[in-house]
Write a protein that binds this ligand. Structure first.
Ligand code: GLC
Ligand code: CA
Length: 547
């Protein structure tokens, strides 16, 4: 049976950066509501909000201190209810981020667990080790050990992310019940789905094991805390109950390191788990030109289109008949498409065409439709990230200047991808009357107001692309990647008598392609088409239908 989310076109909003309604420099819920006409104009039909719950904002809302209330900087519960109904009145669904792997250290459960080692909440978290000895050498995603001391007891608590974000113990039935209650609390308010944050990490291996590494090192020990079999075991009752109570709820899981077979397992309807999974595994970079003297982490890496073609083929093929692949180029955890991959605006638009017309659910990261780039940060401290400081230390040792390091990290880090939405070419961009919460220099000349008015703009290209994506051929048609050289990316979508070709020139040289498809239904850049030959300008893209 077809579900609404089989036809979802999701727009990801980073609430702090979208629109500030009360001029404190921080975007908020009322601000988002004010911009609904913009969302409608673009043509998306679903929004995903990054977390808006009460939070000390150590990780911009992913550190939740109270799941049942809205952070005061974002607004109130009434604002949230109002936003849900305003979006619905405008035919737009809303999904919320749901942080289930960890809480903030300011969450009452954790505060009690620390204050009273005998508290029932002690077992809501993962405490281990004794006499000041860490249980193992596992490293955190955010740098340093996963183990943070609890001085009162000589034990340590486990945190995969920041030390202010202790991991929950999903073995504990109380935790599982509590998280289900929270999810249902929000679904009852009328939201249409949940993006399950970092769910692949909810199960951990036996803490007695070290990750093989030289003495003193603290490696990120993913095999011990990513995609363990118990993840499915914990998740199934959670998902089943939600689907029983809210059959139309979209369960979208963030499965960063899941390979395609795991993604198939997580999303196969027979497994009663998720509807769709977001992987990071489809972004293939070319590591062959790196400076081996410094860590790879924040070096600029060219995109490897040849490898990408393979991942697209494999994901489309493997998930066909199982679930919808999730199609995205950027999100709040990575550098923007226009900075990370696309060499110019032309290529950025063609890449959007290439990806979003495949079979799957597109997720457009706010501002991508304007061709936004990363900001440039002026100070290393602005990244607020230990892994950046560690990287800079190494790079300085190898003779890189601070300016070079800033340039590199601004192009590769997630924070400069979270800049405020530039609505107008005025001070603070019509985002706020106040200086925005995240500063940094804008590196492009794109503004929503000007783009809306210009029929040739980035924005209006995205509008056309989204309108095309909504047609049955691109929603339901089968997918077949044509075997071509690394100069082009060509695939076919078929549905009944209908058939279309998407042709993208991946190079900075003109491309010639033999084709019998003659009717152009979307174009980006110059082309010429004769009876059986198509010529495409550098980085251009075209969608053709059979006549
Ligand atoms: C997810 C989020 C990321 C966050 C992390 C911890 O990966 O996308 O932004 O830092 O989980 O919640
Ligand atoms: Ca505000």
């Amino acid at each position: 049976m077809k579900k609404w989310y089989d036809e979802a076109i999701i727009y990801q909003i980073y609430p702090k950066s979208f629109q500030d309604s009360n001029n404190d420099g921080i975007g908020d819920l009322q601000g988002i509501k004010q911009r609904i006409p913009y969302l409608k104009r673009l043509g998306i039909n679903t929004v995903w909000l990054n977390p808006v719950f009460v939070s000390p904002q150590v990780d911009n809302g992913y550190d939740v201190a109270n799941y049942f209330a809205i952070d005061e900087k974002m607004g109130t519960m009434a604002d949230m209810e109002d936003l849900i109904s305003a979006l619905h009145q405008n035919g737009i669904r809303i999904i919320m981020d749901f942080v289930l792997n960890h809480t903030s250290d300011q969450h009452p459960w954790f505060k009690d667990a620390i204050a009273n080692p005998k508290s029932i909440y002690r077992d809501y978290y993962l405490f281990a080790g004794e006499n000041g000895h860490r249980p193992n050498n596992w490293g955190s995603f955010f740098g340093g050990s996963v183990w943070e001391p609890d001085p009162k007891t000589g034990q340590f608590y486990f945190h995969l992310f920041d030390k202010h974000m202790p991991d929950l113990n999903w073995k504990n039935p109380g935790v599982r019940k509590a998280m289900l209650d929270i999810a249902e609390f929000w679904l009852k308010k009328g939201i249409d789905g949940l993006r399950l944050d970092a769910f692949i990490h909810i199960a951990k291996a036996d803490f007695r094991q070290n990750y093989p590494a030289p003495e003193g090192q603290i490696p990120v020990a993913e095999p011990f805390f990513a995609n363990l079999p118990e993840v499915v075991h914990y998740l199934r009752p959670f998902c089943q109950q939600i689907k029983q109570d809210y059959p139309d709820c979209l369960l979208l899981g963030e499965a960063a390191s899941a390979n395609v077979n795991l993604a198939a397992t997580y999303t196969d309807p027979e497994n009663n788990l998720l509807d769709a999974a977001i992987t990071f595994r489809c972004f293939t970079e070319d590591d062959s030109h790196l400076d081996s003297a410094i860590p790879a982490a924040y070096q600029v890496k060219p995109f490897d289109f040849e490898a990408f073609k393979l991942t697209q083929m494999v994901w489309e093929q493997t998930l066909a008949g199982i679930s919808m692949p999730v199609l995205y180029w950027s999100n709040h955890d990575m550098s923007r498409l226009r900075t990370r991959i696309a060499k110019n605006d032309m290529q950025a638009k063609s890449l959007a065409m290439l990806l979003y017309l495949e079979r799957g659910i597109p997720i457009i990261y706010y501002g991508e439709e304007l061709g936004l780039t990363n900001l440039a940060f002026k100070h290393l401290a602005d990244f607020k990230d230990q892994t950046v400081f560690d990287f800079a230390k190494e790079a300085e040792k190898e003779g890189y200047s601070e300016a070079e390091i800033l340039k590199m990290v601004s192009k590769t880090h997630k924070m400069p991808a979270r800049g405020v939405m530039p609505w107008q070419r005025v001070e603070n961009y019509g985002f706020s009357k106040h200086r925005p919460w995240l500063t940094g220099e804008k590196q492009d000349d794109h503004f929503a107001e000007a783009e809306i008015a210009d029929s040739e703009s980035f924005f209006n290209f995205y509008r056309q692309l989204i309108a095309l994506k909504k047609t049955p051929l691109f929603m339901e048609g089968s997918y077949y990647l044509h075997p071509t050289s690394n100069k082009s990316f060509i695939y076919q979508r078929d549905l009944g008598d209908e058939s279309a070709l998407v042709v993208v020139n991946l190079t900075d040289k003109p491309l010639k392609v033999k084709t019998r498809y003659q009717k152009v239904i979307l174009s980006n850049g110059q082309y010429s088409l004769t009876d059986n030959e198509l010529q495409l300008a550098p980085f251009a893209g075209l969608v053709l239908e059979r006549d």
